[in-house]
Structures are given as structure tokens and as C-alpha cells.
Design a protein. Sequence first.
Length: 321
Amino acid sequence: MRVLVAGATGVVGRQLLPLLATAGHRVTALARTPQRGSDMERTGADVVIGDALDADAVDAAVAEAAPDAIVNMLTAIPAAINPRRIGKQFELTNRLRTEGTVNLLAAAGRHGVGRTIGQGVAFAYDPDGGDGPADEDAPWWPAGPGQFAPILAALRELEARVTAADGLVLRLGHLYGPGTALAADGTLTAAVRRGRVPLIGGGTATFSFLHTHDAATAILAALDHPRATGALNIVDDDPVRADVWLPHLAELLDARPPAALPAPLARLLVGSWGVDYMTRLRGASNARARDTLAWHPDHPTWRDGFAHELAPTAHPAAHHH
């Protein structure tokens, strides 16, 4: 299959390109600049240059690549997220999820591209919408707290447009692995190592994690199941509360346990979204993705995944004995 990947330099894209090539697909990466393009050519992908926010450039790129499928992994999420400034930090990502998606879908329609896969998130479910891990029919957060509202609006628009085009949105869990904030050299890992990530309001939020490689294998599976449309949660098998994973991560990194920070005080420091993120998130179920795509995560639990990604860096002295 000829596959055009938008967002190929992102944390999922970097895992995806070699997988697609190994599976025998002909891969073209959409790069914003020639500099980014040369990085991707080393992976063996063809490259077309074009800014996703420029409709004419996208149209020309799709015409040149002539893909059977478009994989849209476009984001511009900063390496370090400040919950107080998340609205500002996500402005470009929101535009990529809305305008970028519009441009790709319009070009796909004009050039007869049969399949579109988009990237959503699996942590926008309404915390009050039910108990246990959410399936894909569970309600979303009605508006979302404060600065999360425009992010949520952009995600809704992306899903509506991709679904209307008979595409598939993969709602990804909280990503960890190479290039993410939770990589060995990631910003969140460094903050936990320095004891700078408190347990806010008891850490009652439930997280559904996902290794970046598992995100890539889900995309591969989705390309093999062209009739799968709508939205699917792509998460691991082990939803976990913040009061479990954060202390576990600190221990793995030989850091001191996270300090407790009451929610009212935390709200002054990290804003309403920062507090809700650590106290109210609802986990997600991957049952439908397993069933629909015959997919399963290679890292079924974040415990093994974290150990695999982070433990070697936690004990550098161990190699010298």
C-alpha cells in the first residue's frame, strides 16, 4: 500500500515509518521543511515538502505522493507542558487538528485516497460519565476545565471530520517511550527524578498509558482493516491511578516519593486543568480495538513498559561492578 504520513517526525511517526517499510508498504512522509525531510529520507521514506496549514501545498503533496491511505499524526506539542499555559502551548496543535485535518481530507477527496487515519486522545472522557474504564461510546467531558476547552473543541472537530469521511480516529492513551516527556531523557522523567512532581489532591485520576511503539503497531493494524471506521481507544490493558504510577515511577528512578499537594493549593500553582488532570481523568478500555483490529499492545502494562524504558537509566552504576 502507498501510505502518506503527516506528522512523521513526531514521537509516533518516528516509530511508524520503519514499521510500515518492514511491512512492505511504500511510505511517503509529509515534511514541513526540506531540513526535516532529509531526516526522514534516512529512514527510507520518500518525502514531499509542504506545510499542513497551507491547503495548496497539501494538495500538491498528496497529488505527488498518490497514496492509498493518509495517516495524520500532526501535532506540535512542546517537550515540557506547563498546565497554566496549556491553552497557549496547544494553539498550533489545535490548528493542525482542525485546519490541517481539513486540508488533508480535502486533498484525499480530490485525489481518490481511500483511507484516512487520524490521531485523537483517550483521556477526554467525562469523569462523571460512568465507572471503570471508558469505552468509545462513553460521553466526553462536556466542556473540559479551563484551558482544556479549546483542545477538546479541536479534538471534537477532528473526530467529526474524519468520521464523516469514513476514516478512523485512534484515541491514543498517555504516551511514553522515546521522544516523549516520559522517555529516559524526557522532561517529566527529569522532573520526577528531581522530586518536582507532587501528588495533587490524592492523585485520584486514572491514566491509560501507551508506549509509542504500540501506537505505531495500532496504525499498522488499522491499515490492514480498512472497514474499521469511527473511533477506537488505543491504550494498554492496565488503567492506573496517579497515586499508584507516580510513586512507582519515583521508586524506579531512585527519586524520593512525590510530595502531597492539596488541590486548592495546587490550583494556584497549576490551574484548574492541572488539578483535574491529576484528580479527575477517566481511564479507557482497549477491548474494541483488540476485537476490531486484532491488535494488542506489546507493552500490556505500563509497569513493564516503564521498567523497560526507564530502569536502565535509573541505575547507571550497576554496570560498573
